[in-house]
Design a protein around this ligand. Structure first.
Ligand SMILES: Cc1cc2nc3c(=O)[nH]c(=O)nc-3n(C[C@H](O)[C@H](O)[C@H](O)COP(=O)(O)OP(=O)(O)OC[C@H]3O[C@@H](n4cnc5c(N)ncnc54)[C@H](O)[C@@H]3O)c2cc1C
Length: 397
């Protein structure tokens, strides 16, 4: 059965309580949470769903605890997610295996589609294949609304909302016309992200394991996401990718550094890529607009926590969004920045430190050697990353 063709939603003057831009895990979970409180929510995504997304598709136990707290854990079974029981960090001839509990691997298009379906079931109106742009406040501005332009197949319409949530990922395209209001800082050392889900080379993925092959110019993760399909995700320096002129060949060089000789050609598969990965929005909320997920800030995928941060930010922001619809006050922006710093940005520091270590071959070798003599050290880091989230019960919507 083909999906109905999307069309621009009608504007009836009042429009929506909340417009959520971007239907990744952050946007879909937030839209559902807010709709459950009885508000009218429009969720828009530029891509036609279901869609693939650059990602390794591994979800840690912390994210699962958040999904479970909001009644969404069932999506993992529905999409047939495969369990991850250990992570193997491989650098040259060294290998460190760290046991994990409660991790999962899946294809991103399935996970994101399932979350969107749950949002729709909660009353969210979903519009895919529609590019949204937050419009600058115009003078004289109406302090009770923000405006969003929606574009689909050459048609365009402006809608008003009492609150707008930006969850459009790393590139924050929806903020192109409001970049002065939401400045961002991109790390000059940031690597680029690439991924593909493919049957090619899937025999090199070990069931139940996430294999991370580390070098000083990039790392590649291999995980089996369903029978004979593998997620290959990589963060690599631009220099390495430019030298090979193809992400597949650059990833092959990294795999070969650990003695993994593929008998298939990764340059022939359909890679998707990102811009610089490590970045941070200097303004997390302003005048009826909240930023969540990657659009608020992201640090490379080494610890595989991006979806955890995205889902946590959605659940944490939802009560503030509901309050903003009733009555905006600048203190809500301060509250959101403080909460983001406390619950997510602090955790991103751990990932930042580890990504800095990986850039040095000697430091990586030293860390793996120490960890193999003192296995409790990586286990402590793993249990810190996987610790169930506590903040949820403090913020009922
Ligand atoms: C190489 C790599 C590997 C990774 N591996 C993992 C991993 O294993 N585990 C993990 O937890 N995280 C991983 N991540 C991170 C994870 O993918 C992200 O952190 C997560 O997807 C963020 O979710 P989000 O909802 O904020 O944004 P996204 O998932 O990026 O969703 C944003 C959505 O917004 C839409 N959009 C963009 N612009 C517009 C617009 N103007 N109008 C409307 N819609 C728009 C996009 O189409 C997209 O659907 C990885 C990242 C990379 C780069």
């Amino acid at each position: 059965m083909t999906a109905p063709r999307p069309s621009i939603p009608p504007s009836d003057g009042f429009d929506r309580d909340v417009i959520v831009i971007g239907a990744g895990p952050a946007g879909a979970v937030l839209a559902r949470q807010v709709a459950q409180s009885g508000l009218s929510v429009l969720l828009v995504d530029a891509k036609r769903f279901p869609r693939d997304k650059v990602c390794g598709g591994c979800l840690n136990a912390r994210a699962v605890s958040i999904l479970s707290a909001v009644g969404l854990e069932h999506v993992l079974a529905e999409i047939g997610a495969a369990p991850i029981e250990h992570v193997d960090f491989i650098s040259g001839a060294r290998c460190l295996s760290v046991p994990l509990q409660g991790g999962w691997c899946f294809r991103r298009r399935d996970f994101d589609q399932a979350l969107v379906q749950c949002a729709i079931a909660a009353g969210v109106e979903f519009q895919s294949g529609t590019v949204a742009t937050l419009l600058p406040e115009q003078a004289p501005s109406d302090p009770n609304f923000r405006q969003v332009r929606l574009q689909l197949d050459g048609e365009s319409i402006n809608l008003k909302a009492r609150c707008v949530v930006i969850s459009d990922g790393l590139n924050r395209r929806s903020l192109d016309e409001t970049s002065d209001e939401f400045p961002t800082r991109i790390s000059p050392y940031a690597w680029r992200g690439f991924s593909v889900t493919t049957p090619v080379g899937s025999q090199y993925a070990v069931p139940g394991a996430l294999r991370m092959i580390l070098t000083s110019s990039g790392y590649v993760g291999l995980a089996s996401c369903e029978s004979d399909q593998m997620n290959i995700a990589a963060a690599m320096s631009l220099k390495l990718v430019r030298r090979h002129k193809n992400p597949g060949l650059a990833a092959t060089e990294i795999l070969q550094s650990a003695g993994i000789q593929l008998d298939c050609d990764l340059s022939q598969v359909d890679w998707q890529g990102t811009g610089p990965l490590t970045r941070r929005s200097l303004t997390a909320a302003h005048r009826r607009v909240f930023l969540i997920g990657d659009s608020a800030g992201y640090v490379e995928p080494l610890t595989g926590e991006g979806m955890t941060w995205a889902i946590q930010s959605a659940v944490d922001a939802a009560p503030l969004v509901a309050r903003a619809v009733q009555d905006w006050s600048d203190s809500l922006a301060d509250e959101w920045t403080a909460r983001l710093n406390r619950s997510i940005r602090r955790r991103q520091l751990t990932c930042h430190l580890l990504t800095t270590a990986v850039r040095s071959r000697w430091l990586t070798a030293a860390c793996l050697s120490v960890a193999s003599f003192l296995p409790v050290a990586p286990q402590l880091i793993a249990s810190h990353l996987n610790r169930p989230a506590k903040t949820l019960t403090n913020c009922p919507i």
